[in-house]
Ligand binder design. Structure first.
Ligand code: C5P
Length: 220
């Protein structure tokens, strides 16, 4: 099985409050996007496409291996992944979509996703259990219901798919409809999504505290 990786790196990262797009924010002296690309290659992905903010193409190219292809992103994550899929070579039979915002994802997670695809899964997501009591609130912020956390999972990336299935799912998704991850796009087609174990180190860098934690992790 051959796999192409798509790294979604075209977000602005406004919640991080940095002076540059999030993918170019540095962790231990290297931009987040470079960490994410390394993880995919180390985990067994053969080819990588990175979706970047159009204005940052050259800056991103300068920090990545020459074999990585770059493509301009869109206004939303869904639009960016669409652009990445369109640019991905046709040869690979599997595709892994990864967030640049998860720089410390261990290559083992990538390998688990690839193994599940090789075993026949059409769609695979890494997940972690929910450890906090989790509730739903109404519009006023009052607790409406407590959810059974035993059945809940936090979903990470990279998410893996049969190339044929992900192409079909994005073709089927009406333009302008935005979903927060790629597994949701595939589930809209009625395809079952398999889970494998995620990793706390694959946490997403969203706010400044997340970056502090990531810095502590690499310094250990
Ligand atoms: O905003 P959020 O943290 O959920 O974004 C997840 C990932 O999607 C990030 O790696 C970000 O760079 C990417 N993204 C993108 N294009 C957008 C918005 C987000 O590639 N327009």
């Amino acid at each position: 099985m051959s796999a192409v990786g798509i790294v979604a790196a075209a977000g602005s990262g406004s919640r991080l409050g940095a002076d540059r797009p999030k993918a170019l924010v540095e962790l231990a002296g290297r931009p987040l996007v470079a960490w994410a690309v390394d993880t995919l290659l180390a985990g067994g992905v053969g080819e990588v496409v990175v979706v970047v903010p159009a204005a940052e193409r050259e800056t991103v190219a300068a920090v990545l291996p020459g074999s990585v292809r770059l493509v301009d992103g869109g206004a939303t994550r869904t639009a960016s992944v669409r652009a990445g899929l369109a640019a991905a070579g046709a040869a690979a039979d599997a595709v892994l979509v990864h967030d640049a915002a998860r720089p410390l994802t261990p290559p083992d997670v990538v390998a688990r996703v690839l193994d599940a695809l090789a075993a026949g899964a059409l769609a695979v997501v890494p997940v972690l259990p929910v450890v906090d009591t989790t509730v739903a609130v109404d519009a006023a912020g009052t607790v409406a219901t407590a959810l059974d956390r035993a059945a809940l999972r936090r979903v990470q990336t990279p998410q893996g798919f049969s190339r044929r299935v992900l192409d079909a799912a994005y073709d089927d998704l009406p333009v302008g409809e935005e979903l927060t991850d790629d597994a949701a796009v595939v589930r809209a087609l009625g395809i079952p999504v398999t889970t494998v174990a995620g990793d706390e180190r694959a946490a997403k860098v969203t706010v400044p505290h997340d970056l502090h934690l990531a810095e502590l992790q690499v310094r250990r």
